[in-house]
Design a binder for this molecule. Structure first.
Ligand SMILES: Cc1cc2nc3c(=O)[nH]c(=O)nc-3n(C[C@H](O)[C@H](O)[C@H](O)COP(=O)(O)O)c2cc1C
Length: 168
């Protein structure tokens, strides 16, 4: 019987992996059996009764591999409760406009597979670790470097997701 919850994610520089681990940890604390995995490490979805799926936002969009994961597995994902989260820097501004923009990164996947819950969380940017191309983009858009993650908010969201999964 499928009794596990999957927390699946993509990441370029690791900050979304930390957010995914915090979600997984919170669900485990609540008694769930959870696997936290990058998309590249997921072969079989059959053990899962629910999925929490997330991506960082790059140039306003989820990473391509996150979108591809949903497309590839949409048939199965439509049979279980699914929650989405996005991690991006603009979320830290906290205004309705920026939150809506960050949520828009998930519009396409929400059309493929509906979500019981969505969340957007501020991320982390370390300019010293970026590829030359990414550094050029960051300079162009004048993004502010720093760690803006709020893991307490992420954990609170994970609890809300657990309730939604239970109700679904
Ligand atoms: C090239 C580049 C483009 C980005 N574009 C956006 C964006 O459009 N919107 C946003 O909110 N954050 C943007 N960010 C910030 C990332 O989403 C943020 O740093 C995130 O925490 C990175 O996640 P990761 O460490 O898991 O790769 C961008 C960062 C880089 C380096």
């Amino acid at each position: 019987m499928a009794d596990r919850i999957l927390v699946a994610y993509a990441t370029r520089y690791g900050s979304t992996a930390d957010v995914a681990e915090a979600i997984g940890d919170e669900l485990r604390k609540a008694g769930e059996t959870v696997d936290v995995r990058p998309f590249t490490d997921i072969a079989d979805l059959s053990p899962y009764r629910a999925a929490v799926i997330g991506s960082p936002i790059y140039m306003g969009r989820w990473l391509p591999e996150s979108q591809v994961f949903i497309e590839k597995n949409q048939q199965f994902l439509r049979t279980i409760p699914v929650a989405y989260f996005a991690v991006g820097l603009t979320v830290k501004e906290g205004t309705h406009e920026f939150i809506r923009k960050a949520e828009a990164s998930m519009d396409q996947v929400r059309l493929l597979v509906q979500a019981v819950e969505v969340g957007v969380f501020p991320g982390k940017l370390e300019t010293g670790r970026l590829t030359i191309a990414d550094r050029a983009i960051v300079k162009l858009i004048r993004a502010e470097a720093g760690d803006f993650r709020d893991l307490a908010a992420v954990r609170a969201w994970a609890q809300a997701v657990r309730e939604k999964i239970a109700q679904a």
